[in-house]
Design a protein around this ligand. Sequence first.
Ligand SMILES: [Zn+2]
Ligand SMILES: [Zn+2]
Length: 126
Amino acid sequence: MPSRSPRPCSHPGCPELVTSGSRCTRHQREQFKQKTAVAMTDERRREDKRFYDSAVWQKVRAQVLMKEPYCRECRRNRRVTLADMVDHITPIRLGGSRLAASNLAPLCDRCHAVKRQRESMEAKAG
Ligand SMILES: [Zn+2]
Ligand SMILES: [Zn+2]
């Protein structure tokens, strides 16, 4: 009885047979790529957090909210809502400025959630 019989690759739907490890060469490589992508997202998230915790951002944010305490998006729709946060109009990851007043807009949580959703839909559309 052979000790090592070929088994199908553990990637769902992959017809390759493997004799060592659990994945075929192609899917081993893909698994590695995915891990690298996750690590990069984590690193970016840490960097974002460092920025949002920084004194300079806290100061700029306070200045924006002092000048414009109401949600800009709500105002456009003739609603008056106190802003909950300061949003980057062009997201930092798309090259928007982190601290320039021209790239900052006070938003309420609701409008921010809507904007985020729209952005992720646009990102998916390509
Ligand atoms: Zn495979
Ligand atoms: Zn709003």
